[in-house]
Design a protein around this ligand. Structure first.
Ligand SMILES: Nc1ncnc2c1ncn2[C@@H]1O[C@H](COP(=O)(O)OP(=O)(O)OP(=O)(O)O)[C@@H](O)[C@H]1O
Length: 594
C-alpha cells in the first residue's frame, strides 16, 4: 500500500492539472446532489400545490445544471486522461533508465519477460489507477458523503435505519478488495511466466524447429497459459460475484426507505417530496459504492502493479561509481594487471569461477587467453570493463584500481566484441558506428576494412546501406562477427577485447583480420579469447586457463616446452607435427578444425 502513496509523488509535476480535475469533479458532484432537492421542490411546491411556475422554472434549472455538469465532466475527463498518460510515460521512462543503469549481475537476476510486463502492463495498470482516481474514484466517495449528509438532513431517523445496510455494503466491498489484491499479484506473476516462455520461444524458434522440439515447447507454453488462465478465471469469478451481492443490498435499502418513508408520509411527518429525495440520495449513496466496488479491481491490480514497478525502481545497480571517481588519463597506455583475482557469480554460490588469477597485459601487445569451454575465459575478460566486480583481489589499469575509475571513462577506453554478436535493426553503416554515432563514412569503411568486412559489405544488395534485420537474421554468423568487430575498432580503444569473436570466420579470414589488427591497431592492448589454437599462435603472451586457474603462461614456443595442458590442446587441434617455434610464424601444417 505504501507504494501507492509513493506513486502519488509522481503526480507532483501535474499538480495543477490534478487539482483542476478535482475541482471540476467537485462541481459536478455538487450539481448531482442538487438534483434530488430540485425534484423534491417540484413535487412539494409545484405538483402538490398545483403551482405550474415552480414546475417549469425548477425543471429549466435542472436542465441547465445537467448541461453544465456535462461540460465540467468533459473537462475533468480531459485533464485526468492527460495526467494518467503522463504519469505512465514518466514511469516507463524511469524504469527504462533504471534498466539501463543495471550491471550484468542485475540483468542476470532479472528475466527479460518480467521486465517487459512491468514496463508495459504494469505501467498501464498504474495509469488506469491515476485516471480512475481523478474521475469516478473521487467522484463516488464525494457523492456518497454528500448524499449521506443530505439524507440525514432530510430525515435523520430514516437515515439511521439505513446505517446497518450501508455498513454491511462497505464491509462487503472491503472484503472483496482485500481478497482480490493477492489474486491480481498472482495473475501478474503468471503473466510474467507466460511472457518468459513466449519470448524464449520466439527468439529460439529456429532451434526449436531444428531439434523438432515443437511438441515439448507447446507443452511448456500450454502449462504457462493454463496457469495464467486459471488465476484469471479465479479473479474474474470473484469480481463477477460482487455486483449481484451489492445490488441486493441496494434493493433491501430501497424497500426499507419506501416502507418507513411511506409510513412517515401517511403519518404526515414527511412530505412525499422528501421521501422521493431520500430515495434518490439512497441511490446516490449506494450506486457510488457499487461503482467503487466495480473499480476495486483497477485498484487491486494497480496496487499489485505499483509493488512490482517499485521493486524494479528500488534495485540498486551492483556496480556504481564511487563518490569521487577517477578519470582514465587521456593518453593512458593500457597496462592491465590482475592481482590475485578470484570471482564467483553470486556471492552465495559455492565454487569460484576464477581462482587466484594474476597476470599482466602489456600495452600495445597481444595477450591471448586459451582454455576449454567453461574454463572461465569470458568471465575473466568481462571483469576488465567492470561488467562484474571481482570477489577478491584487484584489477589495475595503468596502476589504477578499476573500481576507482568512473564507469564512463573506463568504458570509453575499452572496447569488447562479445561472444554473442548483437546487431540492431538498421543499416550496416549505423550498426558499425553504433558506439561512435558521429563517425563519417571514411572512418566506418576503414574500421570495416580492418575487420575484413568491407568486401562482403560491398557485395550486399545496398552495400553499407543494406538493412540489417532484427538480430541480424539476414547475415551469416561470420559476417555478423566482422560487423561487430568493425564496431569495436571504430571507437579506437586503448584496450581491445575479442571474446572468441572470430570463431565463426574461416581460418584464412581470421589470419587476415589478425594481420590488419596488428598493422592498424598495434597501439592498443589486445586481449583475444579463443578455443582455437590457430587464433592465439601469434600472440605475444598466451594464458592457458583451466577450471578457473592459470595452467600456463608464456608465448607459444615457451608454452610448448613448459605447459602440458597447452601441448595437449595443440596436439588435439593441430596434430603432433612440428609447430612454429616463435610467435609471428605461421603454421605450415594443414590445420584441423576443433
Ligand atoms: N552469468 C552467469 N551466471 C552464473 N554462472 C555463469 C554465468 N556465466 C558463466 N557462468 C559459469 O561460469 C563458468 C565459466 O563460464 P565462461 O563463460 O567464463 O567460460 P568460457 O571459458 O568463456 O567458456 P566458452 O569457451 O564455452 O565460452 C561456467 O561454469 C558457467 O556456467
Amino acid at each position: 500500500m505504501t507504494n501507492i502513496f509513493r506513486l502519488a509523488y509522481l503526480l507532483k509535476p501535474y499538480l495543477k492539472q490534478s487539482i483542476g480535475a478535482l475541482l471540476l469533479l467537485s462541481a459536478v458532484v455538487a450539481m448531482d446532489l442538487a438534483i434530488p432537492r430540485l425534484i423534491q421542490k417540484i413535487i412539494d411546491q409545484g405538483i402538490h400545490q398545483r403551482n405550474q411556475d415552480v414546475v417549469i422554472s425548477t425543471g429549466l434549472l435542472m436542465l441547465g445544471i445537467s448541461l453544465l455538469s456535462v461540460l465540467f465532466a468533459i473537462g475533468n475527463n480531459t485533464l485526468s486522461v492527460k495526467v494518467g498518460e503522463s504519469v505512465a510515460r514518466d514511469l516507463r521512462e524511469a524504469m527504462f533508465l533504471k534498466i539501463q543503469s543495471f550491471s550484468f549481475g542485475n540483468i542476470d537476476r532479472l528475466k527479460t519477460g518480467q521486465l517487459m510486463v512491468r514496463l508495459s502492463s504494469d505501467t498501464s495498470a498504474i495509469q488506469r489507477v491515476v485516471q480512475v482516481s481523478l474521475r469516478i474514484g473521487t467522484r463516488s466517495p464525494l457523492l456518497m458523503i454528500g448524499s449521506l449528509i443530505l439524507m440525514v438532513k432530510t430525515s435523520s431517523t430514516l437515515a439511521l435505519t439505513m446505517l446497518p445496510i450501508l455498513l454491511i455494503t462497505t464491509a462487503i466491498i472491503v472484503f472483496f478488495v482485500m481478497k482480490m489484491e493477492p489474486l491480481f499479484q498472482a495473475v501478474r506473476q503468471k503473466l510474467d511466466r507466460l511472457n518468459i516462455v513466449l519470448q524464449e520461444n520466439i527468439a529460439g524458434i529456429r532451434l526449436i524447429k531444428a531439434f523438432v522440439r515443437a511438441d515439448f515447447e507447446c507443452g511448456r507454453f500450454e502449462k504457462a497459459n493454463t496457469g495464467f488462465t486459471g488465476d484469471s478465471i479465479r479473479v474474474m469469478r470473484m469480481m463477477a460475484s460482487m455486483p449481484p451481492i451489492l445490488t441486493l443490498c441496494l434493493n433491501a435499502g430501497m424497500v426499507l426507505v419506501i416502507r418507513s418513508g411511506g409510513l412517515d408520509a401517511i403519518r404526515g411527518t414527511m412530505t412525499i417530496g422528501e421521501v422521493v429525495a431520500f430515495t434518490n440520495y439512497l441511490l446516490t449513496t449506494m450506486a457510488p459504492l457499487i461503482f467503487m466496488a466495480m473499480i476495486s479491481n483497477v485498484w487491486a491490480s494497480g496496487i499489485a502493479s505499483a509493488n512490482r514497478v517499485m521493486e524494479v525502481l528500488d534495485i540498486l545497480p551492483d556496480i556504481q561509481d564511487n563518490p569521487e571517481p577517477t578519470a582514465m588519463p587521456e593518453h593512458a597506455p593500457g597496462h592491465i594487471a590482475f592481482e590475485r583475482v578470484s570471482f564467483r557469480y553470486n556471492n552465495a554460490s559455492e565454487a569460484s569461477v576464477l581462482d587466484d588469477i594474476s597476470f599482466i597485459a602489456e600495452p600495445e601487445k597481444t595477450l591471448a587467453i586459451l582454455g576449454a569451454t567453461g574454463a572461465g575465459k569470458s568471465t575473466l575478460v568481462n571483469l576488465i570493463p567492470r561488467f562484474y566486480d571481482v570477489s577478491s583481489g584487484r584489477i589495475l589499469i595503468d596502476g589504477i584500481d578499476i573500481r576507482a575509475l568512473a564507469e564512463k571513462s573506463l568504458l570509453s577506453k575499452v572496447a569488447i566484441v562479445p561472444q554473442e554478436t548483437v546487431l540492431f535493426s538498421g543499416s550496416v553503416f549505423d550498426n558499425i558506428r553504433y558506439g561512435v554515432p558521429e563517425a563519417d563514412k571514411k572512418q566506418v569503411i576503414e574500421a570495416a576494412k580492418a575487420a575484413e568486412a568491407h568486401d562482403f559489405i560491398l557485395n550486399l544488395p545496398k552495400g553499407y546501406d543494406t538493412r540489417v534485420e532484427e538480430r541480424g537474421v539476414n547475415l551469416s554468423g561470420g559476417q555478423k562477427q566482422r560487423i561487430a568487430l568493425a564496431r569495436a575498432l571504430l571507437s579506437s580503444p586503448k584496450i581491445l577485447i575479442l571474446d572468441d569473436s572470430t570463431s565463426a570466420v574461416d581460418i584464412e579470414t581470421e589470419t587476415r583480420i589478425q594481420n590488419a589488427l596488428h598493422l592498424k591497431h598495434r597501439r592498443c592492448t589486445t586481449i583475444i579469447v579463443a578455443q582455437r589454437v590457430s587464433t592465439v599462435l601469434k600472440a605475444d603472451k598466451i594464458i592457458v586457463l583451466e577450471k578457473g586457474r592459470i595452467a600456463g603462461e608464456g608465448d607459444h614456443a615457451r608454452l610448448m616446452q613448459t605447459s602440458t595442458v597447452y601441448r595437449e590442446i595443440c596436439d588435439s587441434q593441430l596434430g603432433s607435427e612440428t609447430l612454429p617455434e616463435s610467435p609471428g610464424g605461421t603454421s605450415k601444417k594443414q590445420e584441423k578444425q576443433p
